[in-house]
Design a protein around this ligand. Structure first.
Ligand SMILES: [Zn+2]
Length: 211
């Protein structure tokens, strides 16, 4: 999901959502002053999912400075309209990000060639008037678990995970075919120069004291 692709040269990046602050477009970001909590549902996931998820989250942390906190396992179904608050499951706070595999029968967006989706939720901090990302979902197509890896860098789904976690923290698509944020499989086994430049900007947002 995201905006139309931007310039094709390597080193480019885009943001999936921007707001106007003053007269300038500014990306909608997570507050860097609190960690991003997440939960996983292991249903349909390979045994090594937790290990590879932590590794890719560490890449995002290194590139953004944002911290992730694992709130453990859950049994939530994949829902593109997941509420931002689920107090009966998680108490009086923003629901943690839900990361899981899902069959395309459960998530219409994963039909056809689409193998992953990320949808962060944003809201306005009433104390500053700025929009921030506060929760979200990341779903990987279950069929990915049976795809042969193209490299020795890890299972095939890690590349999709890297792309979708880029969206989760606010990156959009680029036309540059070697970047992880190219809309189709790029073969990138790590974030590339444009991805990294965009991720650095996404980690430098203001705090959101009112959220
Ligand atoms: Zn994408």
């Amino acid at each position: 999901m995201g905006t139309p692709p931007t310039p094709a040269q390597a080193g480019s990046y885009s943001f999936s959502l921007e707001q106007t602050i003053g007269d300038a477009p500014v990306p909608v970001r997570w507050s860097p002053c609190r960690p991003i909590h997440y939960v996983t549902d292991p249903t349909g996931a390979p045994d090594d999912f937790a290990v590879h998820l932590q590794a890719v989250l560490a890449e995002v942390s290194a590139a953004t400075g944002l911290r992730f906190v694992n709130d453990g396992l859950t049994t939530e179904a994949a829902d593109m309209d997941r509420p931002a608050f689920l107090p009966e499951l998680y108490g009086d706070r923003w629901a943690p990000v839900l990361i899981r595999f899902a069959p395309e029968a459960d998530v219409a967006y994963l039909a056809g060639d689409v193998v992953g989706v990320a949808s962060p939720t944003h809201t306005i901090d009433p104390t500053t008037g700025r929009a921030h990302l506060v929760t979200g979902v990341v779903y990987l197509e279950t069929e990915l678990t049976s795809v042969e890896p193209a490299s020795e860098a890890g299972p095939a789904y890690t590349e999709v995970l890297r792309h979708e976690l880029g969206h989760l923290v606010g990156l959009g698509h680029v036309d540059a075919p070697t970047e992880a944020m190219h809309p189709s499989v790029s073969g990138a086994t790590a974030y590339q120069s444009g991805d990294l430049a965009g991720l650095a900007v996404l980690g430098q947002g203001p705090c959101a004291p009112g959220l």
